[in-house]
Design a protein around this ligand. Structure first.
Ligand SMILES: Nc1nc2c(ncn2[C@@H]2O[C@H](COP(=O)(O)OP(=O)(O)OP(=O)(O)O)[C@@H](O)[C@H]2O)c(=O)[nH]1
Ligand SMILES: [Mg+2]
Length: 346
């Protein structure tokens, strides 16, 4: 919801209308000071809320075609890839960076299935430093990512992997979406550059080693047939569930073989675990003490080895139960994300 504030009287209403230009929907003219227009804004907010709170099952499941966002910094070939997949020129391609300014949804038939591909504006360097049109273009890309189930992050192999590329990948992980890494412009990759590229991938993308990779050329059509299987892999990893019984048997064996490290003279125990949700998979471990970051990463690694979850971020959080006079004591949460420090104790 876009609120245009400080519209204290009818005079400023016209100014508020200019905010339509931002392309983020209807601006609601309000005055926070006087309360003018806030009723209408509230009505609009309530109308936009779902009738029922989002439940575990069917969360963001709109039905219809699967939604795939094409993401990457400007000029990596997102629009070219969309055109190649559609087998016709549906969106504008240009050698100038920043050609796509708005997210565009396109239905494309591939492998006997209809997909919704979302072409997006290239993500610019630093979101916070962006201004004006770039800021809103990048914001709309973020919204497109939220709407998607899986993101294909494109990288241009003719240039060194940049911090920008890594940031786009992190954004996908943070949004909890499935991930496919697409190394584009493979047609212009020479032997020498290829050696460097492999090193860059090892060094900078090891945190998402679980993501399927495709080496493609939107220009020549190289390995287009590999894209859908990679997307399907990520979708199924993203939706995967482990039954609670199976998970707990597995946890018991894991902990018996490799117990959590002692912390403050105490050995934390894992009492019980459950997969609280999917899309992406989220696990909750009930423990008697804090599990170190390293140990939770170890659990994630082993989960992936034994169950897959290919192409999807996996979240592991914990609830600490400390018995004090029989009462349940302090609770604590943590979450394993490759790009973040744990939130630690609360
Ligand atoms: N050699 C080569 N060039 C490519 C390939 N894919 C795209 N290009 C070129 O890269 C340039 C940018 O392509 P676009 O598809 O517009 O890139 P984009 O990611 O949509 O860019 P923005 O919309 O600006 O973010 C164009 O000149 C394309 O022709 C490829 O596989 N090989
Ligand atoms: Mg584009």
């Amino acid at each position: 919801m876009l609120a245009a504030n400080k519209v204290d009287g009818g005079m400023q209403e016209a100014d508020a209308l200019a905010l339509w230009n931002l392309g983020v929907g209807e601006p609601y003219p309000i005055s926070a000071l006087h309360g003018r227009g806030t009723g209408d804004l509230l009505d609009a907010v309530v109308a936009a809320l779902p009738d029922q709170p989002e439940g575990e099952a069917g969360t963001d499941d709109e039905g219809g075609p699967r939604r795939i966002a094409l993401l990457g910094r400007p000029n990596v070939g997102k629009s070219s890839l969309l055109n190649r997949l559609a087998d016709e020129d549906r969106v504008v391609v240009d050698s100038v960076a920043g050609t796509t300014r708005d997210a565009v949804d396109e239905l494309i038939e591939l492998g006997g299935q209809t997909w919704k591909f979302i072409d997006t504006a290239g993500i610019r360097r630093r979101f916070r430093a962006l201004q004006g049109a770039d800021y809103y273009a990048t914001m709309r890309t973020g919204t497109a990512l939220e709407r998607a189930e899986v993101a294909v992050v494109l990288m241009d192999v003719s240039e060194p992997l940049a911090e920008q590329d890594i940031r786009v990948v992190e954004q996908v992980v943070e949004a909890g979406r499935g991930l496919v890494l697409a190394f584009n412009k493979w047609d212009v990759l020479d032997e020498e550059r290829r050696v460097y590229l492999e090193k860059e991938i090892d060094r900078q993308l090891s945190r998402v080693s679980w993501a399927p990779r495709v080496n493609i050329s939107a220009k020549t059509g190289r390995h287009m047939e590999k894209l859908v299987p990679a997307i399907e892999t990520s979708l199924s990893g993203w939706e995967q569930r482990i039954p609670t019984g199976q998970l707990n048997n597995w946890l018991k064996e894991l902990v018996a073989a490799t117990p959590p490290p002692v912390r403050g003279g105490k050995q934390p125990k894992i009492l019980f675990g459950t997969q609280a949700g999917a899309r992406p998979p989220h696990f909750i471990l009930f423990t008697t003490g804090f599990l170190e970051d390293n140990y939770r990463r170890f659990i994630e690694r082993r989960l992936r080895e034994d169950f897959g979850f290919e192409g999807s971020p996996v979240h592991i959080s914990m609830r600490i139960r400390e018995k004090k006079n029989g009462a349940v004591g302090r609770a604590s949460k943590g979450s394993v994300r490759p790009d973040r420090k744990p939130r630690g104790r609360r």
